[in-house]
Ligand binder design. Structure first.
Ligand SMILES: [Zn+2]
Length: 475
């Protein structure tokens, strides 16, 4: 029997992994994974990272990767460690981003294991990393770049094509065609869907908006992160400038937890714009991440995806790596220097949901002081430290210590790289026909079920919320 099976991002926003199993006339079945993401957030989810797949890794033939975010790509090194050795298909920009994100993820896994061993906080002795930085580096040789719009045949039963998702640099949807048992079916895996309209709603957007319109498929597997949300449609810049000015005036520092790729670059462009137009003072801006410099270089290499505003900004100001007052801190010594400084500054540091990385050190030092501001500009998944801090926790556990939260906490919701519900519906209205079945993944249960209702009402489609390990027949 040919089927697809949801092995992650079902009822949750992390761990994206969907198996396409094609059984054709007695030949050995073909097994392709669409995305291979890490579970993040709550412990019950993270523990799934340690479970084997229902189909052994060595029986998976290839991986088709929609984009580089760790919740879509971060389990690849584990898959390889478990015996997978096939090709991993992704767009050229996704390949470049994975070459910095996956080794960093391995480094974080090693740090976590080391920490648990030091504090004996784990039930497992010794705690082992899910995979190491070296293992993550080794799996990069399996990546095969495939350009947008190019059809690639995995074998005679399955071919695919990447189309634009407009979510982050290199992000795509995978149009998969299955030809088996005398029947051809089109499956569309959206990955994460970016903003449908750029105009007034997405300030500081570095990349062009607009996922490819007019998609046609028999079976749709679609994300639902913002299935119950409306993004604010006002320009965030006046509020952002006011928050930064007030903090700097009282001698405080602004700490911005942000993903090192995409969100950090977008925020750097906004800050540059606010400084050049005199809306905020020229204070040091630190992009503090071991991969900050590489992430900017990958961005500049793929200027084909930039908005005309971004192209104009680079033409006017040059590479962010050369901007005065902007520092890209790649070594641990650089990072420690920022911590030693009491001079007001803006620090952008990962991870975006405060689950690990250098932002932990910056927050340990700066959360207890009411002069400082911690500003969230990204989605915070339930169960993460970022979610707790954003939602008014009085203290937070970092490195096993309770850190009191006295700093000002603020959040701006305009920076999302996901379409909200009206945008998703607008995009779905461009489909020339209804898919036979639609499955919603990559959403909290409430978001997925509200989007299901909205889609059923607006489009009259057959929409279901995917369940973990559910199999859907392709017969
Ligand atoms: Zn994503």
């Amino acid at each position: 029997m040919s089927y697809i099976q949801f092995l992650g991002a079902a009822g949750v926003v992390t761990g994206s992994k969907h198996l396409v199993h094609v059984d054709s006339d007695g030949a050995r079945p073909l097994q392709v994974l669409i995305d291979c993401g890490l579970f993040q957030g709550q412990k019950e989810w993270r523990e799934r990272n340690w479970q084997d797949l229902p189909s052994p890794a060595k029986t998976i033939d290839s991986v088709i990767l929609t984009h580089a975010h760790i919740d879509h790509s971060g389990w690849i090194p584990r898959l390889v460690k478990e015996g997978f050795h096939g090709p991993i298909y992704a767009t050229p920009a996704t390949v470049d981003l994975c070459s910095i994100l996956l080794p960093d993820s391995g480094h974080l896994q090693e740090e976590d294991a080391e920490f648990y061993n030091k504090t004996r906080a784990s039930r497992h002795h010794p705690a082992l990393p899910l995979y190491t930085m070296e293992e993550a580096q080794q799996c990069l040789t399996l990546f095969r770049p495939i350009n947008f719009g190019e059809t690639h045949a995995v074998d005679k039963t399955l071919s695919f094509r990447f189309v634009r998702a407009a979510h982050i640099l290199g992000s795509s949807m995978a149009e998969v065609t299955v030809n088996a048992n005398g029947r051809s079916q089109r499956l569309l895996f959206t990955g994460d869907i970016g903003r449908v309209r750029c105009d007034e709603t997405v300030a500081g957007k570095v990349l062009d908006c607009g996922p490819t319109q007019g998609e046609e498929c028999d079976l749709l597997v679609m994300e639902s992160t913002y299935g119950n949300r409306l993004h604010p449609h006002d320009d965030p810049r006046p509020e952002l400038a006011a928050l930064i000015r007030t903090t700097l005036q009282r001698g405080g520092t602004v700490v911005v937890p942000a993903f090192a790729v995409e969100r950090t670059q977008k925020f750097l462009f906004l800050l540059k714009d606010l400084m050049e137009s005199g809306q905020i003072p020229r204070v040091p801006v630190h992009a503090d991440s071991p991969m900050a410099i590489k992430a900017v270089q990958v961005f500049l290499k793929h200027s084909e995806e930039f908005t005309s505003d971004s192209k104009a900004a680079i033409a006017k100001y040059g590479s962010p790596l050369n901007w005065s007052n902007f520092y890209f801190d790649s070594t641990q010594q650089d990072s420690k220097k920022i911590n030693a400084s009491t001079y007001p500054a803006i620090i952008i540091s990962s991870s975006g949901m405060v689950t690990g990385g250098r932002v932990l050190h910056h927050l340990t030092q700066r959360l207890p002081d009411p002069k400082n501001l911690v500003l969230f500009i990204g989605f915070q998944a339930p169960g993460t430290r970022g979610f707790s801090i954003k939602n008014g926790a009085q203290s937070i556990k970092i490195f096993g210590q309770d850190v009191p939260i006295r700093a000002q906490i603020a959040a701006l919701e305009q920076f999302s790289d996901h379409a909200d519900t009206p945008e998703l519906l607008e995009w779905l209205h461009t489909f020339p026909r209804a898919p036979r079945q639609t499955f919603l993944v990559h959403g909290e249960p409430d978001a997925a079920s509200q989007l299901r209702t909205a889609m059923t009402e607006a489009l009259g489609w057959d929409v279901q919320v995917a369940a973990y390990r559910q199999k859907v027949s392709l017969q």
